[in-house]
Design a protein around this ligand. Structure first.
Ligand code: SAH
Length: 499
Protein backbone atom coordinates (compact mmCIF):
# COMPACT_ATOMS: atom_id res chain seq x y z
CA UNK A 1 0.00 0.00 0.00
CA UNK A 2 1.23 3.49 -0.88
CA UNK A 3 2.52 5.67 1.92
CA UNK A 4 0.06 8.55 1.96
CA UNK A 5 -0.16 8.98 -1.82
CA UNK A 6 -3.52 8.94 -3.55
CA UNK A 7 -4.98 9.39 -7.03
CA UNK A 8 -8.22 11.30 -7.48
CA UNK A 9 -9.93 10.57 -10.81
CA UNK A 10 -11.76 13.84 -11.33
CA UNK A 11 -14.22 15.02 -13.96
CA UNK A 12 -13.35 18.53 -15.17
CA UNK A 13 -16.74 19.13 -16.76
CA UNK A 14 -17.41 19.86 -20.42
CA UNK A 15 -15.52 23.12 -20.96
CA UNK A 16 -17.11 25.91 -18.95
CA UNK A 17 -14.75 26.06 -15.96
CA UNK A 18 -17.75 26.72 -13.71
CA UNK A 19 -18.97 23.20 -14.35
CA UNK A 20 -16.36 21.35 -12.30
CA UNK A 21 -17.80 20.01 -9.04
CA UNK A 22 -17.09 21.66 -5.70
CA UNK A 23 -15.15 18.62 -4.57
CA UNK A 24 -13.19 18.48 -7.82
CA UNK A 25 -12.21 22.14 -7.49
CA UNK A 26 -11.12 21.68 -3.88
CA UNK A 27 -8.88 18.74 -4.77
CA UNK A 28 -7.50 20.65 -7.77
CA UNK A 29 -6.30 23.45 -5.48
CA UNK A 30 -4.56 20.99 -3.18
CA UNK A 31 -2.97 18.50 -5.59
CA UNK A 32 0.80 17.97 -5.81
CA UNK A 33 0.62 16.55 -9.35
CA UNK A 34 -2.03 17.23 -12.01
CA UNK A 35 -2.29 14.89 -14.97
CA UNK A 36 -4.71 16.33 -17.51
CA UNK A 37 -6.24 15.73 -20.92
CA UNK A 38 -6.66 17.70 -24.11
CA UNK A 39 -10.26 18.71 -23.43
CA UNK A 40 -9.58 20.27 -20.01
CA UNK A 41 -10.05 24.06 -19.95
CA UNK A 42 -6.75 25.87 -19.15
CA UNK A 43 -8.66 28.26 -16.88
CA UNK A 44 -9.20 25.34 -14.55
CA UNK A 45 -5.52 24.47 -14.56
CA UNK A 46 -4.79 28.01 -13.39
CA UNK A 47 -6.45 27.02 -10.10
CA UNK A 48 -3.63 24.62 -9.33
CA UNK A 49 -1.01 25.41 -6.73
CA UNK A 50 1.81 27.41 -8.34
CA UNK A 51 4.30 24.69 -7.38
CA UNK A 52 2.17 21.75 -8.54
CA UNK A 53 3.67 19.47 -11.18
CA UNK A 54 1.58 19.79 -14.35
CA UNK A 55 1.61 16.85 -16.78
CA UNK A 56 -0.15 17.21 -20.12
CA UNK A 57 -1.06 13.77 -21.45
CA UNK A 58 -3.44 15.11 -24.09
CA UNK A 59 -3.25 12.88 -27.07
CA UNK A 60 -4.69 13.83 -30.44
CA UNK A 61 -7.25 11.09 -31.22
CA UNK A 62 -5.21 9.99 -34.23
CA UNK A 63 -2.27 9.07 -32.02
CA UNK A 64 -4.07 7.78 -28.95
CA UNK A 65 -2.70 4.25 -28.60
CA UNK A 66 -2.61 1.59 -25.92
CA UNK A 67 0.99 2.49 -25.28
CA UNK A 68 0.19 5.99 -24.12
CA UNK A 69 -2.56 4.78 -21.84
CA UNK A 70 -0.13 2.39 -20.19
CA UNK A 71 2.33 5.21 -19.69
CA UNK A 72 -0.39 7.28 -18.04
CA UNK A 73 -1.27 4.42 -15.70
CA UNK A 74 2.39 4.01 -14.77
CA UNK A 75 2.82 7.71 -14.15
CA UNK A 76 -0.19 7.79 -11.80
CA UNK A 77 1.03 4.74 -9.90
CA UNK A 78 4.58 5.96 -9.63
CA UNK A 79 3.70 9.45 -8.36
CA UNK A 80 1.17 8.10 -5.85
CA UNK A 81 3.68 5.57 -4.58
CA UNK A 82 6.09 8.45 -4.07
CA UNK A 83 3.55 9.88 -1.64
CA UNK A 84 2.02 12.54 -3.91
CA UNK A 85 -1.58 13.65 -4.00
CA UNK A 86 -2.28 13.12 -7.69
CA UNK A 87 -5.21 14.62 -9.55
CA UNK A 88 -6.14 12.86 -12.79
CA UNK A 89 -8.29 15.46 -14.49
CA UNK A 90 -10.46 14.32 -17.38
CA UNK A 91 -12.91 16.15 -19.62
CA UNK A 92 -16.59 15.74 -18.75
CA UNK A 93 -17.18 12.70 -16.56
CA UNK A 94 -14.20 10.38 -16.05
CA UNK A 95 -16.25 7.21 -16.39
CA UNK A 96 -18.08 8.14 -19.59
CA UNK A 97 -15.90 7.40 -22.64
CA UNK A 98 -12.93 8.70 -20.71
CA UNK A 99 -11.09 5.46 -19.99
CA UNK A 100 -11.38 6.38 -16.33
CA UNK A 101 -12.50 2.83 -15.59
CA UNK A 102 -9.29 1.42 -17.05
CA UNK A 103 -7.17 3.78 -14.99
CA UNK A 104 -9.09 2.89 -11.83
CA UNK A 105 -8.57 -0.81 -12.57
CA UNK A 106 -4.83 -0.28 -13.01
CA UNK A 107 -4.64 1.62 -9.71
CA UNK A 108 -6.65 -1.04 -7.91
CA UNK A 109 -4.40 -3.74 -9.27
CA UNK A 110 -1.29 -1.83 -8.19
CA UNK A 111 -2.74 -1.38 -4.70
CA UNK A 112 -2.69 2.43 -4.98
CA UNK A 113 -5.39 4.38 -3.11
CA UNK A 114 -7.75 6.23 -5.37
CA UNK A 115 -11.21 7.73 -5.50
CA UNK A 116 -13.52 9.07 -8.19
CA UNK A 117 -15.12 12.50 -8.46
CA UNK A 118 -17.79 12.29 -11.16
CA UNK A 119 -18.09 15.20 -13.56
CA UNK A 120 -20.71 17.01 -15.59
CA UNK A 121 -20.65 15.14 -18.88
CA UNK A 122 -20.66 16.95 -22.22
CA UNK A 123 -23.26 14.44 -23.37
CA UNK A 124 -25.89 16.15 -21.20
CA UNK A 125 -24.37 19.59 -20.53
CA UNK A 126 -23.73 20.28 -24.24
CA UNK A 127 -27.39 19.82 -25.18
CA UNK A 128 -28.44 21.75 -22.04
CA UNK A 129 -26.30 24.73 -23.10
CA UNK A 130 -27.90 24.47 -26.55
CA UNK A 131 -31.38 24.59 -25.00
CA UNK A 132 -32.11 20.89 -25.51
CA UNK A 133 -33.29 18.78 -22.55
CA UNK A 134 -32.31 15.14 -22.92
CA UNK A 135 -35.76 13.94 -21.88
CA UNK A 136 -39.22 15.46 -21.87
CA UNK A 137 -42.44 14.09 -20.41
CA UNK A 138 -44.13 14.17 -23.82
CA UNK A 139 -41.25 13.72 -26.22
CA UNK A 140 -38.64 11.33 -24.87
CA UNK A 141 -38.67 8.84 -22.03
CA UNK A 142 -35.29 7.28 -22.70
CA UNK A 143 -31.82 8.43 -23.73
CA UNK A 144 -29.01 6.50 -25.27
CA UNK A 145 -25.50 7.91 -25.16
CA UNK A 146 -23.10 6.12 -27.45
CA UNK A 147 -19.78 6.49 -29.20
CA UNK A 148 -19.53 7.27 -32.88
CA UNK A 149 -16.38 5.21 -33.17
CA UNK A 150 -17.53 2.73 -35.73
CA UNK A 151 -16.18 -0.54 -34.52
CA UNK A 152 -18.03 -0.13 -31.25
CA UNK A 153 -21.21 1.36 -32.72
CA UNK A 154 -24.26 -0.48 -31.40
CA UNK A 155 -27.51 -0.97 -33.25
CA UNK A 156 -29.48 2.26 -33.05
CA UNK A 157 -32.42 2.28 -30.65
CA UNK A 158 -35.89 1.96 -32.03
CA UNK A 159 -37.04 5.51 -32.65
CA UNK A 160 -40.17 5.92 -30.53
CA UNK A 161 -39.86 8.41 -27.70
CA UNK A 162 -36.08 8.23 -27.52
CA UNK A 163 -33.20 10.65 -27.59
CA UNK A 164 -29.98 9.56 -29.22
CA UNK A 165 -26.72 11.26 -28.18
CA UNK A 166 -23.47 10.41 -29.96
CA UNK A 167 -19.99 11.40 -28.75
CA UNK A 168 -16.82 11.19 -30.85
CA UNK A 169 -19.05 11.06 -33.87
CA UNK A 170 -17.97 13.85 -36.24
CA UNK A 171 -16.04 11.67 -38.66
CA UNK A 172 -18.66 8.94 -38.72
CA UNK A 173 -21.75 11.16 -38.70
CA UNK A 174 -22.97 10.00 -42.13
CA UNK A 175 -22.75 6.34 -41.09
CA UNK A 176 -24.55 6.98 -37.83
CA UNK A 177 -27.34 8.79 -39.61
CA UNK A 178 -27.68 6.04 -42.23
CA UNK A 179 -27.94 3.38 -39.52
CA UNK A 180 -30.60 5.37 -37.69
CA UNK A 181 -32.67 5.85 -40.83
CA UNK A 182 -32.42 2.12 -41.52
CA UNK A 183 -33.58 1.38 -37.99
CA UNK A 184 -36.75 3.31 -38.74
CA UNK A 185 -36.08 6.81 -37.36
CA UNK A 186 -38.28 9.20 -39.37
CA UNK A 187 -36.39 11.44 -41.79
CA UNK A 188 -37.92 14.55 -40.30
CA UNK A 189 -36.75 13.84 -36.72
CA UNK A 190 -35.06 17.02 -35.41
CA UNK A 191 -31.29 16.67 -35.10
CA UNK A 192 -28.44 18.91 -33.99
CA UNK A 193 -24.67 19.01 -33.83
CA UNK A 194 -23.20 21.03 -30.95
CA UNK A 195 -19.53 21.97 -31.26
CA UNK A 196 -17.29 23.21 -28.43
CA UNK A 197 -20.26 23.08 -26.13
CA UNK A 198 -20.38 25.25 -22.99
CA UNK A 199 -17.60 27.55 -24.24
CA UNK A 200 -17.76 30.94 -25.96
CA UNK A 201 -17.14 29.08 -29.23
CA UNK A 202 -20.23 26.91 -28.88
CA UNK A 203 -21.98 26.50 -32.23
CA UNK A 204 -25.18 24.56 -32.78
CA UNK A 205 -26.28 23.39 -36.20
CA UNK A 206 -29.86 22.16 -36.39
CA UNK A 207 -31.57 20.25 -39.19
CA UNK A 208 -33.49 17.00 -39.56
CA UNK A 209 -32.09 13.50 -39.56
CA UNK A 210 -32.29 13.61 -43.35
CA UNK A 211 -30.48 16.93 -43.78
CA UNK A 212 -28.04 17.09 -40.82
CA UNK A 213 -25.10 15.56 -42.71
CA UNK A 214 -25.36 18.15 -45.48
CA UNK A 215 -25.93 20.98 -43.01
CA UNK A 216 -22.89 19.93 -40.97
CA UNK A 217 -20.68 19.71 -44.04
CA UNK A 218 -21.82 23.16 -45.10
CA UNK A 219 -20.70 24.85 -41.88
CA UNK A 220 -17.62 22.64 -41.59
CA UNK A 221 -18.20 21.08 -38.18
CA UNK A 222 -15.15 20.02 -36.22
CA UNK A 223 -14.56 18.02 -33.05
CA UNK A 224 -15.24 18.13 -30.22
CA UNK A 225 -18.90 17.90 -31.06
CA UNK A 226 -22.04 16.14 -29.89
CA UNK A 227 -24.66 14.75 -32.25
CA UNK A 228 -28.14 14.67 -30.76
CA UNK A 229 -31.29 13.43 -32.44
CA UNK A 230 -34.87 13.16 -31.24
CA UNK A 231 -37.99 15.26 -30.87
CA UNK A 232 -36.49 17.06 -27.85
CA UNK A 233 -34.17 18.92 -30.25
CA UNK A 234 -37.21 20.91 -31.39
CA UNK A 235 -37.44 22.46 -27.90
CA UNK A 236 -34.33 24.51 -28.64
CA UNK A 237 -36.46 27.00 -30.58
CA UNK A 238 -38.27 28.01 -27.44
CA UNK A 239 -35.73 27.39 -24.66
CA UNK A 240 -32.36 28.11 -26.28
CA UNK A 241 -30.78 30.57 -23.83
CA UNK A 242 -27.00 30.84 -24.14
CA UNK A 243 -26.93 32.69 -27.46
CA UNK A 244 -29.33 35.30 -26.08
CA UNK A 245 -26.81 36.50 -23.49
CA UNK A 246 -25.28 39.83 -24.51
CA UNK A 247 -21.64 38.76 -24.16
CA UNK A 248 -22.08 35.25 -25.56
CA UNK A 249 -19.38 34.39 -28.07
CA UNK A 250 -16.72 36.53 -26.43
CA UNK A 251 -13.72 35.11 -24.65
CA UNK A 252 -12.41 37.83 -22.39
CA UNK A 253 -9.13 37.82 -20.53
CA UNK A 254 -9.46 39.52 -17.16
CA UNK A 255 -6.22 40.85 -15.80
CA UNK A 256 -6.75 41.71 -12.23
CA UNK A 257 -5.38 41.00 -8.81
CA UNK A 258 -6.36 37.63 -7.37
CA UNK A 259 -8.34 39.18 -4.55
CA UNK A 260 -10.41 41.64 -6.54
CA UNK A 261 -11.58 39.62 -9.52
CA UNK A 262 -14.54 37.70 -8.11
CA UNK A 263 -17.22 40.35 -8.55
CA UNK A 264 -16.15 41.28 -12.07
CA UNK A 265 -15.98 37.64 -13.14
CA UNK A 266 -19.46 36.93 -11.77
CA UNK A 267 -20.93 39.88 -13.66
CA UNK A 268 -19.21 38.94 -16.92
CA UNK A 269 -20.28 35.34 -16.49
CA UNK A 270 -23.91 36.40 -15.99
CA UNK A 271 -23.68 38.36 -19.23
CA UNK A 272 -22.61 35.17 -21.04
CA UNK A 273 -18.91 35.86 -21.61
CA UNK A 274 -16.27 33.17 -21.29
CA UNK A 275 -13.84 34.59 -18.78
CA UNK A 276 -10.19 33.66 -18.62
CA UNK A 277 -8.82 35.06 -15.39
CA UNK A 278 -5.11 35.77 -15.35
CA UNK A 279 -4.04 37.39 -12.08
CA UNK A 280 -1.67 40.04 -13.39
CA UNK A 281 -0.76 41.55 -10.09
CA UNK A 282 -0.28 40.42 -6.55
CA UNK A 283 -0.06 42.69 -3.53
CA UNK A 284 2.21 42.64 -0.54
CA UNK A 285 2.85 44.95 2.38
CA UNK A 286 5.40 47.77 2.16
CA UNK A 287 9.08 46.88 2.17
CA UNK A 288 9.89 49.67 4.59
CA UNK A 289 7.37 50.52 7.32
CA UNK A 290 9.28 53.39 8.92
CA UNK A 291 7.11 56.18 7.51
CA UNK A 292 3.74 54.46 7.87
CA UNK A 293 4.60 53.49 11.46
CA UNK A 294 5.61 57.01 12.34
CA UNK A 295 2.39 58.35 10.78
CA UNK A 296 0.39 55.79 12.75
CA UNK A 297 2.03 57.01 15.97
CA UNK A 298 0.93 60.60 15.37
CA UNK A 299 -2.50 60.01 13.78
CA UNK A 300 -4.14 62.77 15.82
CA UNK A 301 -1.94 65.19 13.88
CA UNK A 302 -3.83 64.58 10.61
CA UNK A 303 -7.06 66.42 9.81
CA UNK A 304 -7.85 64.18 6.85
CA UNK A 305 -6.98 60.58 5.91
CA UNK A 306 -7.65 59.95 2.22
CA UNK A 307 -7.76 56.46 0.73
CA UNK A 308 -7.43 55.92 -3.01
CA UNK A 309 -7.64 52.12 -3.21
CA UNK A 310 -9.08 49.07 -1.46
CA UNK A 311 -5.55 47.80 -0.91
CA UNK A 312 -4.58 51.10 0.67
CA UNK A 313 -7.41 50.64 3.18
CA UNK A 314 -6.69 46.97 3.89
CA UNK A 315 -2.92 47.22 4.32
CA UNK A 316 -3.15 50.43 6.38
CA UNK A 317 -5.80 49.00 8.69
CA UNK A 318 -3.97 45.75 9.24
CA UNK A 319 -0.77 47.65 10.13
CA UNK A 320 -2.82 49.80 12.51
CA UNK A 321 -4.20 46.70 14.22
CA UNK A 322 -0.75 45.09 14.34
CA UNK A 323 0.51 48.16 16.19
CA UNK A 324 -1.99 47.43 18.97
CA UNK A 325 -4.39 50.21 17.94
CA UNK A 326 -7.74 50.04 16.18
CA UNK A 327 -10.30 52.15 14.30
CA UNK A 328 -10.76 54.41 17.35
CA UNK A 329 -7.37 56.00 16.65
CA UNK A 330 -8.87 57.50 13.48
CA UNK A 331 -11.64 59.25 15.40
CA UNK A 332 -10.15 62.74 15.13
CA UNK A 333 -9.69 62.76 11.34
CA UNK A 334 -12.12 63.17 8.46
CA UNK A 335 -11.93 60.14 6.20
CA UNK A 336 -12.10 60.42 2.41
CA UNK A 337 -12.45 57.61 -0.16
CA UNK A 338 -11.92 57.99 -3.89
CA UNK A 339 -14.92 55.86 -4.86
CA UNK A 340 -17.55 53.36 -3.73
CA UNK A 341 -15.25 50.30 -3.70
CA UNK A 342 -12.78 52.07 -1.41
CA UNK A 343 -15.66 53.32 0.75
CA UNK A 344 -16.99 49.74 0.99
CA UNK A 345 -13.55 48.55 2.09
CA UNK A 346 -13.61 51.15 4.87
CA UNK A 347 -17.05 49.87 5.91
CA UNK A 348 -15.59 46.40 6.31
CA UNK A 349 -13.21 47.86 8.88
CA UNK A 350 -16.07 49.55 10.71
CA UNK A 351 -15.49 52.98 9.20
CA UNK A 352 -17.76 55.28 7.21
CA UNK A 353 -16.11 57.64 4.72
CA UNK A 354 -17.03 61.28 5.40
CA UNK A 355 -16.21 62.23 1.83
CA UNK A 356 -16.72 60.34 -1.44
CA UNK A 357 -16.54 62.57 -4.53
CA UNK A 358 -19.17 62.11 -7.27
CA UNK A 359 -16.50 61.38 -9.88
CA UNK A 360 -13.75 58.85 -9.23
CA UNK A 361 -10.72 60.90 -10.23
CA UNK A 362 -7.81 62.30 -8.24
CA UNK A 363 -8.85 65.85 -9.24
CA UNK A 364 -12.36 65.35 -7.91
CA UNK A 365 -11.00 63.86 -4.71
CA UNK A 366 -8.63 66.80 -4.16
CA UNK A 367 -11.48 69.28 -4.79
CA UNK A 368 -13.80 67.46 -2.40
CA UNK A 369 -11.18 67.37 0.35
CA UNK A 370 -10.28 71.04 -0.16
CA UNK A 371 -13.89 72.17 -0.02
CA UNK A 372 -14.19 70.76 3.51
CA UNK A 373 -10.74 71.76 4.79
CA UNK A 374 -8.89 74.81 5.93
CA UNK A 375 -5.61 76.10 4.54
CA UNK A 376 -2.69 74.15 5.97
CA UNK A 377 -4.72 71.08 6.95
CA UNK A 378 -2.70 67.90 6.87
CA UNK A 379 -3.79 64.95 4.73
CA UNK A 380 -2.47 61.41 5.25
CA UNK A 381 -2.43 59.37 2.01
CA UNK A 382 -1.90 55.61 2.59
CA UNK A 383 -1.24 54.09 -0.85
CA UNK A 384 0.75 51.76 -3.08
CA UNK A 385 4.33 52.02 -4.30
CA UNK A 386 3.18 52.85 -7.84
CA UNK A 387 0.96 55.82 -7.01
CA UNK A 388 2.10 59.01 -8.74
CA UNK A 389 2.33 62.61 -7.54
CA UNK A 390 -0.99 63.77 -9.05
CA UNK A 391 -3.04 63.74 -5.84
CA UNK A 392 -0.36 65.21 -3.52
CA UNK A 393 0.29 67.93 -6.11
CA UNK A 394 -3.41 68.76 -6.43
CA UNK A 395 -3.76 68.93 -2.64
CA UNK A 396 -0.73 71.21 -2.35
CA UNK A 397 -2.29 73.52 -4.94
CA UNK A 398 -5.30 73.82 -2.67
CA UNK A 399 -2.97 74.88 0.14
CA UNK A 400 -3.14 71.57 2.01
CA UNK A 401 -0.26 69.50 3.36
CA UNK A 402 -0.26 65.94 2.04
CA UNK A 403 1.80 63.11 3.60
CA UNK A 404 1.92 60.15 1.19
CA UNK A 405 2.92 56.85 2.82
CA UNK A 406 3.51 53.57 0.98
CA UNK A 407 1.61 50.75 2.72
CA UNK A 408 1.62 48.15 -0.05
CA UNK A 409 3.53 47.04 -3.13
CA UNK A 410 2.23 45.82 -6.47
CA UNK A 411 4.06 42.76 -7.77
CA UNK A 412 3.57 40.73 -10.96
CA UNK A 413 1.01 37.92 -10.61
CA UNK A 414 2.13 34.28 -10.24
CA UNK A 415 3.18 32.68 -13.57
CA UNK A 416 1.68 35.64 -15.39
CA UNK A 417 3.54 35.02 -18.66
CA UNK A 418 2.69 31.31 -18.92
CA UNK A 419 -0.95 31.83 -18.04
CA UNK A 420 -1.38 34.74 -20.45
CA UNK A 421 0.32 32.82 -23.25
CA UNK A 422 -1.84 29.74 -22.71
CA UNK A 423 -4.92 31.95 -22.83
CA UNK A 424 -3.88 33.78 -25.98
CA UNK A 425 -3.01 30.58 -27.77
CA UNK A 426 -6.64 29.48 -27.36
CA UNK A 427 -7.81 32.81 -28.76
CA UNK A 428 -8.79 35.87 -26.75
CA UNK A 429 -11.29 38.40 -28.13
CA UNK A 430 -10.51 41.25 -25.74
CA UNK A 431 -8.44 42.02 -22.64
CA UNK A 432 -10.01 43.78 -19.66
CA UNK A 433 -7.59 45.99 -17.78
CA UNK A 434 -8.26 47.62 -14.44
CA UNK A 435 -5.04 49.52 -13.80
CA UNK A 436 -1.96 50.84 -15.60
CA UNK A 437 0.22 48.45 -13.60
CA UNK A 438 -1.61 45.39 -14.96
CA UNK A 439 -0.95 46.61 -18.51
CA UNK A 440 2.72 47.14 -17.81
CA UNK A 441 3.14 43.87 -15.94
CA UNK A 442 1.53 41.93 -18.77
CA UNK A 443 3.68 43.42 -21.49
CA UNK A 444 6.87 43.09 -19.42
CA UNK A 445 6.08 39.50 -18.49
CA UNK A 446 5.47 38.54 -22.12
CA UNK A 447 8.82 40.00 -23.19
CA UNK A 448 9.66 38.78 -26.68
CA UNK A 449 6.22 37.22 -27.01
CA UNK A 450 4.46 40.54 -26.66
CA UNK A 451 3.43 40.38 -30.32
CA UNK A 452 0.82 37.83 -29.18
CA UNK A 453 -1.09 40.90 -28.00
CA UNK A 454 -1.06 42.57 -31.40
CA UNK A 455 -4.54 43.45 -32.57
CA UNK A 456 -6.26 42.29 -29.36
CA UNK A 457 -8.55 45.13 -28.25
CA UNK A 458 -8.34 46.41 -24.68
CA UNK A 459 -11.35 47.36 -22.58
CA UNK A 460 -10.06 49.73 -19.92
CA UNK A 461 -11.40 50.74 -16.52
CA UNK A 462 -10.80 54.46 -17.05
CA UNK A 463 -8.57 57.20 -18.46
CA UNK A 464 -5.53 56.44 -16.27
CA UNK A 465 -5.65 52.76 -17.22
CA UNK A 466 -6.10 53.66 -20.90
CA UNK A 467 -3.05 55.90 -20.82
CA UNK A 468 -1.02 53.16 -19.14
CA UNK A 469 -2.15 50.64 -21.75
CA UNK A 470 -1.37 52.92 -24.67
CA UNK A 471 2.04 53.75 -23.19
CA UNK A 472 3.01 50.09 -23.51
CA UNK A 473 1.62 49.85 -27.03
CA UNK A 474 -1.83 48.36 -26.46
CA UNK A 475 -4.92 49.45 -28.38
CA UNK A 476 -7.80 50.65 -26.21
CA UNK A 477 -11.11 49.87 -27.91
CA UNK A 478 -13.44 50.89 -25.09
CA UNK A 479 -13.11 52.82 -21.85
CA UNK A 480 -15.39 52.52 -18.83
CA UNK A 481 -17.08 55.72 -17.67
CA UNK A 482 -17.30 54.48 -14.11
CA UNK A 483 -14.32 52.87 -12.35
CA UNK A 484 -16.25 49.94 -10.87
CA UNK A 485 -16.92 46.32 -11.84
CA UNK A 486 -20.33 47.36 -13.19
CA UNK A 487 -18.72 50.17 -15.17
CA UNK A 488 -16.27 47.76 -16.75
CA UNK A 489 -19.04 45.31 -17.65
CA UNK A 490 -20.98 48.16 -19.26
CA UNK A 491 -17.88 48.99 -21.30
CA UNK A 492 -17.60 45.33 -22.36
CA UNK A 493 -21.26 45.39 -23.43
CA UNK A 494 -20.72 48.57 -25.43
CA UNK A 495 -17.67 47.05 -27.09
CA UNK A 496 -19.52 43.81 -27.88
CA UNK A 497 -22.45 45.79 -29.26
CA UNK A 498 -20.21 47.50 -31.79
CA UNK A 499 -18.40 44.30 -32.80
N1 SAH B 1 -15.71 11.99 -20.65
C1 SAH B 1 -16.17 12.97 -21.61
C2 SAH B 1 -16.25 12.42 -23.01
C3 SAH B 1 -14.92 12.05 -23.58
S1 SAH B 1 -15.04 11.45 -25.22
C4 SAH B 1 -17.50 13.54 -21.14
O1 SAH B 1 -18.10 13.01 -20.22
O2 SAH B 1 -17.91 14.58 -21.68
C5 SAH B 1 -14.71 12.90 -26.13
C6 SAH B 1 -15.97 13.35 -26.84
O3 SAH B 1 -16.79 14.07 -25.93
C7 SAH B 1 -15.75 14.30 -27.98
O4 SAH B 1 -15.43 13.62 -29.16
C8 SAH B 1 -17.10 14.96 -28.08
O5 SAH B 1 -18.03 14.14 -28.72
C9 SAH B 1 -17.50 15.05 -26.62
N2 SAH B 1 -17.17 16.34 -26.03
C10 SAH B 1 -16.42 16.57 -24.95
N3 SAH B 1 -16.39 17.87 -24.65
C11 SAH B 1 -17.15 18.49 -25.57
C12 SAH B 1 -17.54 19.83 -25.81
N4 SAH B 1 -17.12 20.84 -25.02
N5 SAH B 1 -18.35 20.10 -26.85
C13 SAH B 1 -18.78 19.12 -27.64
N6 SAH B 1 -18.45 17.84 -27.47
C14 SAH B 1 -17.66 17.52 -26.45
Amino acid sequence: MASGGIVHLVGAGPGDPGLITVRGARLLRRADVIVYDRLVNPSLLAEARPDAEMVDVGKPPSRGGEHLQEEINELLIERARGGARVLRLKGGDPFLFGRGGEEAAALAEAGVSFDVVPGVTSALAGPAYAGIPATDRNLASAVRIYTGQQSRNPQPLSPTNQTSIVLMGVRTLANTVRAMLMAGWPEDTPAAVIEQATTSRQRTTTATLETIVGASAEVGIRPPAIFICGNVVGLRDSIGWLEKKPLFGHRLMVLRGETRAAELITLLDDAGAEVVHVPAVAFDGAEDWTEPDSAIERLVGFQVIAFTSVNGVDFFMSRLLDSGRDARSLAAARIAAIGPATAAALNRHGLNADLVPGRFTTGALADAIASESEQGDTVLLPRGNLADDALPAALREHGLEPTPIVVYRTLPGPSLAERAKAAMERGIDAVLLTSPSTARNLVEALGDDRSLLDGIPVISAGPTTSRGAENVGLRVAQEATEHTADGLVDAALAWAGSN
